[in-house]
Design a protein around this ligand. Structure first.
Ligand code: PMP
Length: 380
């Protein structure tokens, strides 16, 4: 018998290699050399001079790190400003900033449920919601994707505290959840509704106010939303928005808020500057949606199978995981970075390329991207 405690890791690695599913880290250059259709920088803000200057300024004024958890030394006036402006922009009573969108989902799901509660979770939800369900000690009913009737049925099977949870825009396929119908189901069944708007903020709703604003549901009494500051806002961090009493409850009970170091001031400053820029330039949101529509129309016209985008994610079907990997590599060689999704990030048989429709792509860049993706497309 081997005494090496990590033998099993080598065995797993071999199995992964045999299945062609090894993941490797590839440091990107500081200045982009490829045309970027892979990042989540939907509005092209992460390198915007106002945003990088705000990050540097915040670090100079408040320090490189938050210095402690939010309830000890990690809260600054800048955190409070961001919370007030996020809540106001998205139309909610209050907001709480955390160190990531991942932590925000763990916080919201666990603090709003607990032993004896029911969570009804869409089958396509992000991993951070799935992990929140696992940590919550609640029972979880995973319901078919985008199916409000299944949500109602699951809620009716339970007495007591219940939470339905969904992504607003699903991260791989870019399709939107049926929020008005879900909100109606939750309202009539007395359940809370949690919407992860990671991919809606900055893209959906007037001026990018998010999916709930777009659906006329922002600020609803039973509705809570989570955000990431790392996609359209070009920074890092996450937030939970909702009724003031819910946010106060999170401050007192959410473990990923209480026991985590506060968000670094540079990230807070950058997110705040992005939010203010979005107010000055509200057309950026519509431009991201228009770029997504253009990519979708042109790729499907070229014979590729894509999901009609509801926000800024364009998902193109690949015939197999291997084909998706080769296709993404060929795009890279031709100068374009695209996302490649394959198991275990997506179920078997539905590997795809994921293209981000950045608001700052020019007509020429869109044309180049379409022509490269077409040219390199695998034959099914
Ligand atoms: N929710 C969704 C839908 C996401 O796509 C992501 C990021 N991939 C997260 C939450 C996590 O956000 P963050 O990266 O800020 O932790």
């Amino acid at each position: 018998m081997s005494l090496d405690p990590f033998d099993w890791i080598d065995e797993e690695a071999r199995r992964r290699a045999d299945a062609g599913l090894v993941r490797t880290l590839r440091p990107r250059p500081a200045a982009p050399v490829l045309l970027d259709l892979a990042s989540n920088d939907y509005l092209g803000l992460t390198r915007h001079p106002d945003i990088t200057a705000a990050a540097a300024g915040a670090a100079r004024e408040w320090g490189a790190g938050a210095t402690g958890s939010r309830l000890v030394t990690g809260s600054t006036a800048l955190h409070a400003e961001l919370e007030n402006e996020l809540a106001e922009f998205c139309g909610f009573e209050a907001a709480l900033v955390l160190s990531s969108g991942y932590a925000a989902n763990l916080a919201a799901v666990t603090a709003l449920t607990g032993r004896g509660s029911l969570i009804v979770s869409d089958a396509g939800n992000h991993a951070s919601i799935v992990d929140g369900c696992r940590l919550s000690h609640a029972s979880t009913a995973v319901v078919p994707h985008a199916d409000p009737d299944a949500v109602r049925k699951a809620l009716r099977s339970h007495e007591g505290r219940a939470l339905a949870v969904t992504d607003s825009v699903f991260s791989v396929d870019g399709d939107a959840a049926p929020l008005p119908r879900l909100a109606e189901v939750c309202r009539t069944e007395g359940a809370a509704l949690l919407v992860d708007d990671a991919h809606g903020l900055g893209v959906l709703g007037e001026g990018g106010r998010g999916a709930l604003a777009a659906a006329g549901l922002a600020g609803g009494g039973g509705i809570v939303t989570t955000l990431t500051l790392s996609k359209s806002l070009g920074s890092q961090g996450g937030a939970v928005l909702g009724p003031a009493r819910v946010i106060e409850h999170l401050v007192n009970t959410a473990r990923t808020f209480i026991f985590d170091t506060g968000l670094a001031p540079a990230a807070v400053g950058a997110a705040l500057a992005s939010l203010r820029l979005l107010r000055r330039e509200p057309e950026r949101a519509g431009r991201a949606r228009a770029v997504a529509a253009a990519l979708y129309e042109r790729l499907t016209a070229a014979g590729l199978t894509a999901v009609r985008p509801d926000a800024a994610v364009v998902s193109v079907r690949a015939p197999s995981a291997d084909a998706a990997v080769r296709w993404a590599a060929d795009c890279r060689t031709a100068g374009i970075a695209v996302g490649c999704f394959r198991p275990p990030s997506v179920p078997d048989g539905v590997s795809r390329l994921r293209l981000t429709a950045r608001a700052d792509l020019t007509e020429e860049q869109i044309a180049t991207a379409v022509s490269v993706v077409r040219r390199t497309a695998p034959v099914s």
